[in-house]
Design a protein around this ligand. Sequence first.
Ligand SMILES: [Ca+2]
Ligand SMILES: [Ca+2]
Length: 200
Amino acid sequence: MRKATFLALALLLAAGAAFAANELIVTEIMYNSTEADDVEWIELYNNSGATLDLTGWYVLDDNLTHTQMALSGTMAPGAVMLLVGTETLFTAKYPGVTNYFPVFFQQEGATWALGNGGDAVNVFNAAAELVFSVTFDDAAPWPTAPDGTGPSLLLVSNNYGDFNDASSWTVGVTDGTPGVLTQTVGNEDLSWGLVKGLYR
Ligand SMILES: [Ca+2]
Ligand SMILES: [Ca+2]
């Protein structure tokens, strides 16, 4: 193992204390895709060491009076699931990606969407406790490329201190990687799989 990689691992482990406190976190957001009708999605990751029973859990944007998007089923440690805006748009753009919940926050205009000028993603557990929250913006210091030019808004894998800190997020690849975790900055030698392995 190269020395630089070892240092990166040590830094990741040091950051793990704050990270591990968050059982279910958002790792990637597509809030303004290049299509006229945004193909929106939110990527959720089981960051705990245990299987999560998501019965009763739900997601909202910044308007807590909007229709709650009920999560369901279970997620194994390290599992990734998507909350998708509109199923038909999503499956047309990302054929083969099937790890999404069977509720759709944009569908047929009935519910809500992620604002192109900034919004929030709030995850609540079955006790209606806020367990994850990010309020993002489309302007600096937040990454601006996710605002309609193609890339997603991507959680920086080695900085989990404050999800509302713009520096915790970066620019994903064009069209993002929905349903698949991707390592983002600095440590190209590290995969998310390796990072997850370290926490087990
Ligand atoms: Ca949008
Ligand atoms: Ca991803």
